[in-house]
Design a protein around this ligand. Structure first.
Ligand code: FMN
Length: 176
């Protein structure tokens, strides 16, 4: 499936308050497991999901710097909590509050990753949306993707540094 062809419709799908979206990937981010809630929210079958890279649900308006931070964090073995806007195959979007961790083999090598997501509070999204919109705008101001990413990383640092926070501290300040 060529997910780059899925255009957001503007319809928003909400995760139930007691629901969790769960997925597992290999060390490269290829999906090896998705629960029922993942499939429903992504509007895809398990067969369409497993074996695909995790960016099959990437929303075009998510700033790249958030995924860079996610990968830098989990590849170093640390956990991350992050707000992510996802895109279903039907064009509906759904916001999640994700907790992503590495999985290890007996020798301590990272063999994959695991993510659990729950529904974000509306108040948290009110705080997150403008920050992500500014990061995306910064990324789009640059013709070269690498320059846009560097500029948006600098903007994220300065935005959070003015509050004396790292991203992993900031997420908790916006989470009721
Ligand atoms: C366990 C795990 C869970 C992830 N969950 C998501 C997710 O829910 N949505 C998403 O867009 N990317 C998720 N990613 C990140 C993707 O691998 C990818 O970096 C991101 O979609 C950006 O794609 P791009 O590099 O094509 O821009 C996850 C990665 C891992 C390892």
């Amino acid at each position: 499936m060529h997910r780059s062809k899925v255009a957001p419709t503007g319809a928003e799908r909400r995760l139930g308050p007691d629901e969790l979206i769960v997925s597992k990937t290999d060390a490269k981010g290829i999906l090896t497991y998705a629960n029922d809630v993942f499939c429903r929210m992504a509007a895809m079958t398990e067969e369409e999901i497993v074996g695909q890279p995790h960016n099959i649900i990437r929303h075009p308006e998510m700033p790249r710097v958030v995924f860079k931070l996610l990968w830098d964090t989990i590849a170093s073995g640390r956990e991350i909590f992050a707000y992510v806007n996802n895109l279903g195959a039907d064009g509906a979007n759904y916001w999640v509050f994700a907790h992503v961790t590495a999985s290890y083999d007996a020798s301590g090598r990272i063999v994959g990753y695991h993510s659990n997501r729950r529904a974000p509070e509306r108040a948290a999204l009110d705080a997150v949306r403008p920050v992500y919109a500014a990061l995306l705008a910064e990324e789009r101001r640059h013709a070269k993707a690498s320059e846009g990413l560097a500029a948006s990383a600098a903007l994220l640092d300065s935005t959070l540094a003015s509050a004396g926070l790292a991203y992993d501290e900031w997420v908790w300040t916006v989470t009721p």
